[in-house]
Design a protein around this ligand. Sequence first.
Ligand code: HEM
Ligand code: FES
Length: 776
Amino acid sequence: MGRCPVDHSTFAQAATPGGCPVSANAAAFNPFEPAYMQAPAEYLRWAREQEPVFFSPQLGYWVVTRYEDVKAVFRDNLLFSPSIALEKITPATPEVMSILQRYGFAMNRTMVNEDEPDHMERRRLLMDAFLPERLITLEPMVRHLARQYMDRFVNQGRADLVAEMFYEIPLNIALKFLGVPDEGAEQLRQFAVAHTLNTWGRPTPQEQLEIAENVGRFWQTAQQILDTMRAQPVGEGWMYETIRQHLLHPDVVPESYLRSMMMAILAAAHETTSNATANAFLTLLSHRKAWEDICANPALIPNAVEECLRVAGSIIAWRRQATADAVVGGVPIPKGSKLLLVQASANFDPRHFENPDEVDVYREAAVEHLTFGYGAHQCMGKNIGRLQMRVFLEEFVRRLPHMRLVEGQPLEYLSNTSFRGPAQLWVEWNPARNPERLQAHSAPEHAPEQAPFYIGPPAKDSITRTVVLKEKQPEGTSAFRLVFADPQGAALPAWSAGAHVDVVAGGFRRKYSLCGAAHDRQHLQVVIQREAEGRGGSRHFCDQLQPGDTVQLAGPKNLFRLDETADHYVLIAAGIGITPMLAMADRLQRLGKPYVLHYAGRSRAQMALLPRALQDHGPALTLHVKDEGGRMHLPTVVAGVQANHRVYACGPNRLIDELEALGAQWPEQVLHYEHFSGEGSGLQSDKEHAFVAVLKDSGLEVTVPPDRTLLQALQAAGVDVPCDCGEGLCGTCEVAVVSGEVDHRDKVLTKAERAANTRLLACCSRAAGQKVVLAL
Ligand code: HEM
Ligand code: FES
């Protein structure tokens, strides 16, 4: 440590006058300084901006700070071995070694620090207990405990949530999950602190002695627990399953694994979740608007959990070692180098997350944080952590929505590279204002029936904001224009031409393009065609919704972006397809770009937004009104289209199909369209065949039966793939394809993209043959 390991000749151009490529900032980097723990992403902002991969002489590690680089290292667990994940980051002194020897301490390979192929074989054998369908039984247990613990302090008006709840419940749940008999919480807590400092901290030689004694005792306690369990390996819980697998497959689950894992998992299964929970409450309570938003709409909680894991995860850095010379973010990393992957920094990388410094519980990409790691070693217990955080938040927003942080309290963190959470978290409230005192029905015994509890990443359905319907006006004879505003008059999110929102009300959820004035941040406007023969959503919105009603909106999201670099634009709208086209025409007009707008409809009376189209875009507008004999003749409309032109269209499938045929010879970038529906993308289980999806990054094989989509099969296997529309329209569930022919059924990919066979939409597309290999 302290010595520069870099071959200075490789860094000639970066070398400082002294000849060493280590910059002053890199030399000063010290994760044991309080500033790192207080705000790790802030502490490394300079690195993300100036020197994303740097060598830290104080640590003896290469530090990786940007999202793509951290993910790339996690992804390649052969080139970047996890073997050092549990190594002492501060080498033991001879005195420490002799203490540990006295206790017979022999921490070895577990799961998280095991190399391939042994790791994956073991992981597969031991994965079952972590699958969503098995975890569902934990939810009532967590909820019961949460209510019981809250009962103890709900009338007090003040509590340290860490001491009174967030430490013990995750510990209880971890012990239950593992099948371990209830050990003394206080003693385990002391042990876990010693384990963290011993593995990831920088204690002084003097401090190390006491820590080593505790680590030794932890090791012995873990061994005793294990021996008791092994004497009668018939109980329920993951460690019992592990013992049974050891008896069946001692080569895959060896003796040394059992002994090491028992200690490692006792800490990993609860410290991570305790800390993550405390971090989440601290984050939300110090961003009051976010807290109020989840109080008003608890369905946002699963996404708020992900956003909190992004901005304040409980594992902030993890380790890997290069097994050969490598390059990370363009920087050569010599074989044998140790890497510190700072997830807390990656999670704030603006190259990946929009406005990363903001806490945004509506952020759809929140789930892409790297706090659980990524790839073959990604946290097996992630859904246990998520589940608990979610239940805690649900119970608090219902019973103590008026709770506040105690101001000015010091936030203390254990000094180490990786485990982060405040030692205490004081909150206060006025018990007289507890909803359960004001309204008897909000007491826990009257808590609302929970909808079926979903285990896994947040369902996109839940990420909605409450708005109020301000205005509702007929548009033509069969459509309505709806204008929404924030109930408190706050600004609504900005959006761009082509964006849509999902309107959610009365059990229906439908997508509608935004078509109001783009600069108006107070309102969002859509036009809804009343489909008399449809599935009921548009009828409900058009017939039932009245001004003053509250409605949920998801988005805005833009999957139909306007390329603003072309020389000329042909905009084609049929029927209600006018809505995104008008937004695009507005934008092009503002940009001063030449465009024409074709609008086809049955009769003038039926054509929505016609007066606005005439008034705002009259000179560019051509109407094709069927009952006036003006059917749209597409070959004429697109005659003369050139490579530097763009054609945007929105309408029914037959219009899009005809345009695709007409534009078959156009360069890829010319034609863009949006369908009304994902017709034909659905599953026809009697005609489908089963296939296997091989997940390259996670080393799993998932069988997809004929009656399940690939997306459903992946989610059931515990693999997070986001989903939005579920019908091949939005592109959210895109997955990279490594090999295997794909039967594409989406409406998102272009012909060329399909031919390239490098990605698929998992909600609808399937393997054409027996197998497809995915980069997941
Ligand atoms: C691995 C974080 C909760 C069990 C990991 C890794 C991280 C992590 C960063 C290493 C990933 C990698 O190397 O790519 C977290 C966080 C949690 C949490 C932030 C809570 C919010 C849990 C729980 C359990 C658990 C509750 C078990 C009950 C595991 C196991 C591994 C692991 C067994 C090793 C997986 C492997 O190497 O294949 N976790 N964890 N974790 N975690 Fe968690
Ligand atoms: Fe929308 Fe698959 S979720 S395309």
